[in-house]
Every structure is written in C-alpha cells, then in structure tokens.
Design a protein around this ligand. Structure first.
Ligand code: PLP
Length: 405
C-alpha cells in the first residue's frame, strides 16, 4: 500500500533540506548584475559569512560545490611538488588528497581509520619527524561525512604547535559549518573550506574558502585564473569578485538563510539544536541496538558529529531499510564502503540545517517501522527513547540542554 502522499523528506547529509523561505527568495526575476542593490547585498553576505566562520580573515565565494572549494584552496596555497600531510578519519580527506595529487602536490597520508578521530599525539610525532618542515600544510575535515566522526580542531592546532611546525592548518567544514562549533580565528585555523548545501541551507552551487593572514602570506602563484584569490580579493569591478556573472539567485537564497541562522536563531543556538537532534538519533539507535546488529559507527559520543550519523547494520540490512524508507517517502543517506563494512551494511542520517522535532522524530519512527516490517532484529522502542531527549531539551528551554554542549 502506497502511503506517502504528503511531503517527502530527505535525511541525507547534503544537500540538506532547503527552507521554503530560501526557495521563495530565489523565486524572482534576474536582477541587474551591475546594480547597487546586488553589490550591497553581496557585501553583507561576505560580512555574515565571516561571522559564521568566526574569522576576521577573507572569504571567497565561488560558483561551485565542496570539491570546488577543495581545489580553490589547494590552487592558491600549494604549488606542484609541494608536500602536504592529509590526516584522514573516514573518506573525505581522501577525496581532498586525490584532488591534490591531480594538481601535482606530493601527498602524505596519516590514516586514523573509519571509526576514530585524529590522535593529536600521533600527529605531533609525525610532524616532529618532519624536522626540515617539508610539509607546507596539514589538511583534514572537521566532520567526516562518511564516518560521522567529528575531529577536535583545537587539539589538532595544539599538535602543530607542540611540534613547532609552521605548516598551514587547513580544515574542511563542508558538513559542519553552521551545525557544529567552529571558531576559525580563536582556534588558529589558517584556511577553511565550505559549501552552501549543508548547514547553510541553500541549493548546491556555492563554494567558500576562508583564509587568515598566515595563509595570505603563504599564497603561491595560482595557475588557474578562475580559482585565483587575487582578482577576487581586490576586484577592480564587481563582476571580478566572481570571475564573471555572480550566482545571483543563490545569493538571494543565502541572504535569507544567513538571516535565519545568525539573526533569528543565533549561531550558538543552532549548534545546540544540532546537538539535541544528534542525541535524539543516537538515543534511538542505541536503544534499537540492544538487540540485533544496529550500531553507531562512532562509539565515543564525544567524538560524534552533530550534523550526520552513520549507522552500521547486519549484512545487507541497510540497503533493504533504505529501500523500504524510500517507498515510505524518507530518503536515507547511503553508506560508504569502510575497511570492514560494505556500503549495503551502513546507512547515514543527515541532520544538518533546517530540521525540527517532527522531522527528526518522524524519520526515526519511519526507520523503526521499516525495521519491524523487514524483520531486522532490534529492540523496539527507540522512538520513545528519542522522544524523551526532545522532551528534556524542550523542557530545558533554550539553555544548553544536555551535559554535552
Ligand atoms: C559534502 C562534502 C564534501 C563534498 O562536497 P560536494 O559539494 O559534494 O563537492 C566535502 N567534504 C565534506 C566534509 C563533505 O561533507
């Protein structure tokens, strides 16, 4: 029986749900791209993006996705033959490293596997061993969207400092910006890359790089005129800021999304809300997992992302569950192939951006219905456990709801 006639829901880790207000803001005729209105709106967007990243440094906006941001940052800071250390805790640093290889950068990989975060002491040792300071940059993700681990960026900064290593610290916040605490300047991050379609709630198509003074001083001649920061930082005319036509309608949408995030909700409140939704999902999965095979990929809750959750299942169960939920109107994230699991035995729930208790609880209830319908062993009652987390957070009334903030 086909039941899904209302709104369907994507609970994938990007693109995330686009608020109606953002969509509506985009629904307008093309603007004058040489007009003062668009220019002043763009100035405001650049200012507010810095507020989201918590940096007094520079932001560059590209028409592009997360991969574009990766390539842009690499192209401005690393020349062919330069060495860089890519620190991996899942899948996404590998993607960034592959791109670097393609650009002729000498890539070294420090691998922490699929189920844990960066071990800062190991990183310090690795950097100490590089006594000649051959690495020009250390690169990693804050949240790895495949493993759903969240790395402790201040601890990584401390690891570089402890080793006395001058490499640039470059962090991918594509999945986490606007969802998890990030404080670029206070944390000593030199470069951060992000994209619009996850925590920033706009359709795919915007890429961002942020960089501070140390990165500015470390720039190399950029071989790609399109990625080059220089003309975009100091545009002689407005259209140079985007190396051509601005992403007009994405900017309209982003303007509204930034207002929602910074003015209406507040960044700290958004981080706290993401944390509550993450804990809601963990409560359900931990409850289900008391019987059967369901299990959170990251065991230590202090190391779990607030933006995405990766869940392991028995062989093939994730694939069947995703198909069942899809028929019911809920799209779950695909699992990545981990060293010890295939993609059919893991699924992910994206809980970044524009979510509410009925959306999160509805997704969990749909999953629990699917587990029952498919006969996947689990302890029933995960949704009740999840509801209790929401109830406690609502009761705590806007203060930090749980001990984990
Ligand atoms: C989604 C994501 C990317 C890639 O973004 P695309 O827009 O798909 O190119 C990179 N890094 C992280 C951490 C991501 O979550």
């Amino acid at each position: 029986m086909k039941l899904s006639r209302g709104r369907s829901q994507v609970a994938i880790p990007g693109p995330s749900i686009i608020p109606d207000r953002v969509l509506n803001a985009m629904h307008q005729a093309a603007p004058d791209i040489y007009g003062a209105e668009l220019m002043s709106m763009t100035d405001g967007i650049y200012r507010d993006l810095r507020r989201v990243a918590r940096t007094a440094g520079e932001v560059i906006v590209y028409l592009g996705n997360g991969h574009a941001a990766w390539e842009a940052a690499l192209s401005n800071l690393l020349a062919p033959g330069d060495r860089a250390l890519f620190v991996s805790t899942g899948r996404f640093t590998h993607g960034w490293a592959e791109m670097a290889r393609g650009l002729g950068i000498a890539v070294d990989l420090l691998e922490f596997g699929f189920r844990s975060d960066v071990d800062a002491a190991v990183l310090t040792e690795r950097l100490r061993a590089d006594a000649a300071h051959g690495y020009r940059a250390v690169l990693l993700v804050q949240t790895d969207t495949a493993s759903a681990v969240s790395n402790d960026i201040p601890a990584v900064r401390a690891a570089l400092d402890a080793a006395g290593h001058p490499a640039l610290l470059m962090v991918d916040c594509v999945a986490s910006l606007g969802c998890e605490r990030f404080d670029m300047d206070a944390w000593g991050v030199d470069v951060m890359v992000a994209a619009g379609q996850k925590g920033l709630m706009v359709p795919p198509g915007l890429a961002f790089t942020f960089h501070g003074p140390k990165a500015d001083a470390a720039r190399v001649p950029c071989r790609s005129p399109y990625w080059d920061w220089k003309p975009r930082l100091d545009p002689v005319v407005f259209y140079k800021r985007f190396c051509g036509t601005p992403p007009t309608h994405h900017l309209f949408g982003l303007r509204v999304a930034l207002d929602m995030l910074l003015e209406e909700e507040g960044l700290e409140a958004a981080w706290a809300r993401h944390r509550v939704f993450a804990e809601t999902i963990w409560a359900a999965v931990e409850h289900w997992g008391q019987d059967g095979d369901l299990e959170l990929n990251i065991e230590d809750r202090a190391k779990r992302s607030a933006a995405v959750t990766a869940i392991r299942t028995g062989p093939g169960d994730a694939k069947r569950l995703r198909a069942w939920c899809s028929d019911a109107g809920l799209t779950l994230g695909v699992g990545f192939v981990a060293p010890d699991a295939d993609g059919d035995s893991m699924f992910r729930i994206g809980h970044m951006g524009h979510n509410s208790p009925p959306m999160i609880l509805g997704a969990l209830a749909t999953i629990e219905a699917g587990l029952g319908a498919l006969g996947i062993p689990h302890r029933p009652g995960g949704v009740v456990a999840a509801a209790a987390v929401i109830a406690a957070a609502q009761e705590a009334d806007r203060g930090p709801p749980l001990s984990l903030i």
